[in-house]
Design a protein around this ligand. Sequence first.
Ligand code: ATP
Ligand code: MG
Length: 247
Amino acid sequence: KLTKYFDGFHALENLDLAVGLGSIWAIIGPNGAGKSTLFNLISGLLNPSKGEMYFKGVKLNGMKPNQRTALGIALTFQNLRLFPKMTVLENLLVGQNCRIKASLGKVLFRLPFRPLSEEKRAQVFVQKVLEFVGLLTRKDELVSNLSYGDQKLVALARALATDPEIILLDEPSAGLNSQETSDLNRLLKTIVENGKTICFIEHDMNMVMEISDMITVLNFGVKIAEGPPSIIKGNLKVIEAYLGTEE
Ligand SMILES: Nc1ncnc2c1ncn2[C@@H]1O[C@H](COP(=O)(O)OP(=O)(O)OP(=O)(O)O)[C@@H](O)[C@H]1O
Ligand SMILES: [Mg+2]
């Protein structure tokens, strides 16, 4: 019964949601439906007004964002929030850092009291992640010099660099061209084939219908439908919610 009020405004109300491990789970709904609010609650950037959240039986309420990252929950933001004046590699090492519980300064400035083996491990892991998303050759470039599509890949890679079990992606295909979107679809499917869970917010219905196992539809902070793509496609309430917000 997850609920979030902002000054009496109900951004999310009595939401019951159980994302199955190993699935690709889409959250859809018109602008302002509460989708990003939901991710901010799960990742600990906001506290719920009511309701409880669990990850594999562990209660998340009250845990700090970095504790949730350490548990295996990673998030990418609708507006990316990368460090533009740092390199691709450095952006990922910041992500890795939460998981291995060392301070940012130690990773970036190689202070001597940090065991080298741990740093080496982080470097190797992060490079594997960059290779996976196709950015290894660009690891030393400043993020601000990359195209928007590549910056989105950095954001995905940064989430993967925390070695998560579940990845929350807020509008991963927004701003991508069709080639980039189909590349992304393939990456996401591979991530799930490798045992991870993906929960993503998306407005691109072709993408949602193509890759999702399950879809939850929010409207004005309330769940109005849930099911596999075949069922949701035909759901009239969903279509109405969308017709009301076409831009
Ligand atoms: N920090 C905040 N303070 C006040 N109101 C907020 C805050 N964050 C979100 N809201 C409001 O809560 C509602 C849900 O916002 P949210 O960002 O979750 O929508 P969304 O479904 O992600 O929309 P979009 O598709 O446009 O990204 C909106 O009406 C928004 O204005
Ligand atoms: Mg949003």
